[in-house]
Design a protein around this ligand. Structure first.
Ligand code: AMP
Ligand code: ZN
Length: 496
């Protein structure tokens, strides 16, 4: 399929045609999790959004190097304690045990949500040397100063000389108070409140620290992404992403660091996903306004009336554009569950459809046009809600062919092939959904067994063997399996 890709660039605040630095290749960097506690559903939304974006870029034909880091040092709490160290102290673990525990949990959750693994997943603690080198480069270029063993980025000097501080977040340096997540105890060491630490001298009780030319200490949180993206994708790469709560200070400071060290912008396009809300407020661990994925799967939460499967949740996320907020609610999830089931059931019906026209018919035309439109929607800044609505147009075609409202004489075998390809390409490859109503392997056996049951029921009816046909009906009812007799035979569905 042909088309040109347009992305909304948060830096320029408009949609732009995407042009890769190297034809056919894309360097994509996404800020990963800070692994000090279990991921919440808000984090999952951001990673699922970038998974959809990554999947579409692959489908578009690009060779993508997808780098998503693990933050395992430097991300401080407001009281100045490192998040990982705090977790370690609390659970009486080694900091690296905390990191491993929550990295494993994060990976498990990403697998459950069927997200593809990145090409490289670098950890901040494995790149201390690269970070120290970057601090040195920034110092050498005059954009940082050393104070009592810590190194601070000089935002005022950088802003005055380059005019590039605050461009991404739209903040004006004069208005900036110390919003950066630095060690607040050290505010007095800074020349200006908006300056931020790129290297911090560690207090004696600090658990994670390394030698450097300035002190025994640890890197500032923002530095890891500048150092690791440069190492694996180059000084300027194509796309940098993250949740829009990272625009300031994290991404603004990343830009300053890259410019300060290399004299160039880290990337050409900034993509920011919007927040998952609950009760109209950002889902966030620190505010206690969260629901864990596990609570949502089991239904063990006052926020939901029942459990929802991981794929229903993924479908729910796709129903909104990645730049819009989404408010999670029981009603919205119920609606998503209905839509998801309809989509999966149509996928099953599609396998049984036949085409009876030698040449392209009227239905072929419809399928081709819907397929192209869905691709165009995705090329338009990854418009999943629109592309999903096209899939429901295909569902209508599938169901009408099955029910006889549409005549399979209007459909060629090529058209049927396009229908199958479009369906699987969008639903499974791009949206990353899979049928978790029944496990895919099991579904093959289940289909076979259900066909057998339907055949036995049919022949027992013909023989007026009501005992057998009634028994089949009763057992299926108990299992919540509904039979539907239609023009082209009997079909079955599982009731929610
Ligand atoms: P953290 O582990 O706090 O660094 O966050 C990991 C990712 O989750 C970042 O890209 C955040 O922007 C993103 N994130 C945090 N809260 C939410 C939320 N409520 N909705 C969507 N993304 C979020
Ligand atoms: Zn980052």
């Amino acid at each position: 399929m042909k088309g040109s890709l347009h992305l909304y660039n948060s830096l320029t605040r408009r949609k732009e045609e995407f042009k890769p630095i190297n034809e056919g290749f894309i360097g994509l960097y996404v800020c990963g999790p800070t692994v000090y506690s279990d991921v919440h559903l808000g984090n999952c939304r951001t990673f699922m959004s970038f998974d959809m974006i990554y999947r579409f870029l692959l489908k578009f034909g690009y060779n993508v190097r997808y780098v998503r880091n693990i933050t395992d040092v430097g991300h401080l709490l407001d009281d100045g304690e490192d998040r990982i160290s705090k977790g370690a102290r609390k659970d009486k673990l080694e900091p690296m045990e905390v990191v491993q525990k929550y990295t494993n949990g994060f990976h498990d959750m990403m697998d459950i949500f069927n997200t593809l693994r990145p090409s490289i997943e670098p950890r901040a603690t494995q790149h201390i040397i690269e970070q120290i080198e970057m601090v040195q480069d920034i110092l050498d270029n005059g954009y940082a100063y050393v104070e009592n063993g810590s190194v601070y980025f000089d935002t005022t000097k950088f802003a005055e000389e380059t005019g590039k501080y605050g461009k991404l977040s739209g903040r004006v340096i004069e208005d900036l108070l110390a919003e950066s997540r630095d060690n607040l105890k050290n505010q007095s060491e800074k020349k200006h409140p908006s300056d931020f630490a790129i290297w911090m001298k560690a207090a004696p009780e600090h658990l994670m620290k390394w030698n450097s030319p300035w002190s025994e200490g640890f890197p500032g949180w923002h530095l890891e992404c500048s150092a690791m993206s440069t190492k694996y994708l180059g000084k300027t790469f194509d796309i940098h992403g993250g949740g829009n709560d990272l625009k300031f200070p994290h991404h603004e400071n990343e830009i300053a660091q890259n410019e300060g060290a290399c004299g160039c912008s880290p990337c050409n396009y900034w993509l920011h996903t919007n927040m998952l809300l609950m009760n109209g407020k950002k889902m966030s661990k620190s505010d206690g306004n969260t629901i864990s994925p596990e609570e949502l799967f089991s239904g063990d939460s006052p926020h939901v009336s029942k459990g929802y499967s991981p794929m229903v949740i993924r479908f729910f996320m796709l129903m909104a554009h990645y730049r819009s907020t989404v408010d999670i609610s029981d009603e919205a999830l119920q609606a998503a569950e209905k839509g998801y089931k309809k989509l999966m059931e149509a996928g099953r019906s599609l396998k049984q459809l036949e085409a009876h026209s030698a040449e392209a018919g009227k239905i072929d035309e419809q399928i081709n046009s819907i397929s192209q439109s869905a691709f165009d929607d995705m090329c338009d800044d990854f418009n999943t809600p629109k592309a999903l609505s096209r899939m429901f147009e295909l569902v209508n075609i599938i169901n009408s062919l099955k029910g006889g409202q549409l005549d399979s004489k209007e459909l060629s075998s090529r058209g049927l092939e396009t229908l199958k390809q479009t369906y699987s390409s969008f639903i499974y490859d791009i949206f990353g959904l899979k049928n978790d109503l029944v496990d895919n392997d099991q579904s093959k056996y289940l289909d076979g067994l259900m066909n057998l049951v339907i055949d036995i029921r049919q022949s027992s009816r013909e023989k007026k063997d009501w005992d057998t046909s009634d028994k089949i009906r009763d057992v299926l009812k108990e299992l919540k399996i509904q039979l539907k007799d239609g023009q082209s035979g009997t079909d079955w569905t599982i009731d929610g």
